[in-house]
Design a protein around this ligand. Sequence first.
Ligand code: PEP
Length: 248
Amino acid sequence: MMKKLIAGNWKMNGSLAANDKLLKDILAGLGQQASCQIAVGVPAVYLAQCQALLAGTKIDLASQDISTHEVGAYTGEISGAMLMDFGVRYAIVGHSERRQYHGETDEVVALKAQRALGCGITPIVCVGETLAEREAGQTDEVVKRQLAAVIHANGHCISEVVVAYEPVWAIGTGKTATPEMAQQVHAVLRAQLKAASEHADRIKLLYGGSMNAANAASLLAQPDIDGGLIGGAALKAQDFLTIIAATA
Ligand code: PEP
């Protein structure tokens, strides 16, 4: 059976001191047994610090973004090759906060996924509907459109991506999709991936949106939920550890 993936998204949180404590507490609590794959998505300025803290551990490093460009006059951007220099294994792309506050379109997100794959980084592609879209009955249509752009740009490499379904109304709000609601959308995404790739069964589909220590087990028990993308609860060692333990 495929190992689940629990990925933290720290967003714009942390400091040298806080990161040191958080990662040391998680590593101490993890001990030898980790029944799943684990990653933390840290702010770019802390990649070097976290790379050093995580060297030789079971926790992989993720970035929260990646440039659509490879090199050159793009002030403020960080390329895939630069991320590779710091041992980054995953890049979160198309998080709803990037779509919303930085105007990232489906095409930009698809190109970011392509750039990541091009340098051996696994993109964690985020898709998800807003509350207005859900209420208008457009959930399936929206997530399929977002994923279709990534499939279109990446051809057979699509089997190498991770997809995170993150309903925008559930992110940071304490409102979680019920396991049934999440499973329903995951099944839609799995069917779409099956039509695009014969290896769709090995593509991890994560759920994200107020997943926490209390609700993780029931979400992770769904047949098409292969892990979680965790925001707020990834900043608390004990909560993150409880979510990791819920994959067992
Ligand atoms: C996220 O930002 O990816 C996320 C899921 O956040 P939260 O867990 O805080 O809702």
